[in-house]
Write a protein that binds this ligand. Sequence first.
Ligand code: NAD
Length: 494
Amino acid sequence: MSEANQGSVRQLSHFINGQHAAGTSGQFADVLDPALGRVTARLPVANAEDVDAAVAAAKAAFPGWSETAPLKRARLMFKFKELLETYSDELAELITRDHGKLFEDAKGEVIRGIEIVEFACGIPNLLKTDFTDQSAPGIDAWNLRQPVGVAMGVTPFNFPMVVPCWMFVMAAATGNTFILKPSERTPSASIRLAELFIEAGFPKGVFNVLHGSKAVVDALMQHPDVVAVSAVASTPVAEYIYKESAKYGKRVQALGSAKNHLVVLPDANLNKTVDAIINSSYGSAGERCMATSVVVAVGSVGDELIERLAPRVRSLKMGGGMEPGLDMGPLISAAHRTKVLGYIDAGLTAGARLVVDGRGQTVAGHEEGFFLGGSLFDDVTPQMSIYREEIFGPVLSVVRVPDLASAIALVNAHELGNCVSLYTSDGGAARAFTRQIQIGMVGINLPSPVPSAWHSFGGWKRSMFGAHHAYGEEAVRFYTRYKSVIEHWPDCPP
Ligand code: NAD
């Protein structure tokens, strides 16, 4: 994005059948830069006609694309990866301007998106299947994994590049065509991704982008030509998409909200633990689904943890995301900041101890931005809403428990189960924790345990609906249908 354009309002578009499309609804939504608190782009909102056009493009592209050899698809992925590397700073800047996260953080997101593409470059090997010679006399048994058809994706505001990559990259690599409905708050990166996809040589119609919110998602989910639905959203929305898609007979995976615990045993290395908590809880202003939002202090460790955490939280540096040397940027919107402030009030009313109060902090030159300083609560109990509910902001709760068994019971009783971490120097405790914990992603002496691109990502309980996790081999399974073949040639010699 050129500096000269920063004061103007950009006109964004859908991306249908390999080109920009203005859409036919005549309706638009504003996209704001959260660090400035002002409108920076206008987004067309799709109507039924736009939905039909995108689905028709994806449907028309499917026969040719699904028959394209996996090696050819992989070669296009290699080219796409090169383009993503070439334009990585531009993509990161688009992310920062729409979302507010720090430029360095946005660059990290771009790298994680590229890692999904790198994994997809190995698609010929990933689509290899099993063969049993002489399954019975004169009979061979084998299986196929075939693409499902037109797939759609719904993505959240907080990872404008990486979550779309989990979906359209893996869907296209496995031979499907795709329609992405990105977050209406952070749409710019997905449009650039669609442009680069075409530049890499993918056929038109393989990857389409449509903007809007619930009405567009509903129209896509209900469309008879859409067969698979991937969603990443807050739990109420993920559950709605899961149930609605299932009602219409779609294959569906829907990842939801998080309330991630980080359990600290008294034998943990506290220097490293405190660093990890600060980065995981306050990075990206707490708007990561893998952010630590609850520290569970076991036994005697609570007082020292609070003593060490409090000054670090007080000294967090906030600012506009393109500036260097900062710890966090703004929240996504004024409405979301009001919601987070409401949680701080609720914590105080419920009797939690507000050790660090981040309210009222401003950033010079960004007075209209949606900033909120870091807050730290001690003496939080499982009954409080600040413990039970996802806050999605820079507010960390500390809960104290007497022993590891109580910590495991606490984490397992929470309705959400995205990720969890344990800090300890006791291997036996770590092993027991890993086996007993009812959570989808586990970190031992690591916060925010995001699986590598060749593993798979997903929570348990009400953090995920559907059987398949995102990306990695789970995505290959989600975006392909299993077919079993038994073959006999009676005249063939044994
Ligand atoms: P959101 O639920 O408000 O919106 C997510 C997407 O759903 C957007 O594209 C939005 O347009 C669409 N949407 C909103 N309401 C809808 C409705 N009623 N019907 C159909 N579609 C609807 O979430 P958000 O605020 O954009 O993102 C933050 C949330 O996403 C947090 O809860 C976070 O934990 C979650 N998240 C989860 C993961 C994960 O991997 N589990 C990853 C990132 C974010």
